[in-house]
Design a protein around this ligand. Structure first.
Ligand code: ATP
Ligand code: MG
Length: 203
């Protein structure tokens, strides 16, 4: 005699079996390795910190990582302080000199081109397993870097090298070229309630 509880148990088992079959089939289908292009964009918090989470993962596996930060203002971030001390990492801060206040396009373009030359060097370095281009959206959005040229260099990187690009308003061409794209949605941010950037959380 089967009780309601037995029937529920049976239905549950059958459902879980179907789910397992679907999951296993999905895992079996994903059988390739390749260097990935990842984009983290959107207005919500979590783009750069997600990228640095992958840096920690990669270093934890003994991989070699290059980071280039396309930031304007220099603030001493916890991630820079921490990761610079680790073996296996190369860290460049490339934004110093961007002058959006003065709107000197020629000068900013020149600064951005010099910065990109450093990034391109990392994208050509066979030893680097992962390259993070943090806030790359920023010089692209202002037109200081040309998306097409950036895409060419990304496409020419070693086949097994992963690249992570972060920044609000990532141009469509880069989103289209990426293998994995996440858009961080701004649901709430404490800044708007008057809380300044907090050490260990925001920098
Ligand atoms: P994080 O480095 O914390 O992952 P992020 O890379 O997603 O943030 P950015 O656009 O690079 O965000 O901005 C960096 C700083 O701005 C961080 O201090 C972050 O907390 C803050 N920030 C991120 N999203 C918002 C938002 N929607 N409103 C206000 N401040 C934000
Ligand atoms: Mg960021």
């Amino acid at each position: 005699m089967s009780t309601d509880a037995d029937q529920r148990e049976q239905r549950h088992r059958a459902r879980m079996q179907r789910k397992k079959a679907a999951v296993d089939a999905g895992i079996a289908r994903a059988d390739r390795d390749q260097g990935l292009l990842l984009v983290l964009t959107g207005n919500g918090k979590g783009k750069s910190s997600s990228a640095f989470g992958m840096v920690a993962r990669a270093l934890g596996h003994g991989l070699h990582v290059g980071v280039a930060q396309f930031v304007k203002g220099r603030s001493d971030t916890g991630e820079e302080g921490f990761f610079r001390r680790q073996p296996g990492i190369t860290w460049h801060v490339l934004g110093e000199g961007f002058t959006w206040e003065t709107q000197d396009l020629a000068r900013d373009t020149e600064t951005a081109q010099r910065a990109w030359a450093v990034a391109r060097g990392m994208l050509r370095d066979e030893r680097l397993h992962l390259v993070v281009l943090d806030e790359l959206a920023y010089p692209l959005r202002y037109g200081w870097l040309d998306s097409a040229a950036v895409l060419d260099d990304l496409a020419a990187r070693p086949p097994m090298q992963h690249a992570v690009l972060t920044g609000r308003g990532m141009p469509d061409a880069l989103v289209a070229a990426a293998d994995t794209v996440s858009e961080l949605r701004d649901v709430k941010h404490a800044f708007r309630a008057g809380v300044r950037a907090q050490v260990g959380i925001d920098l």
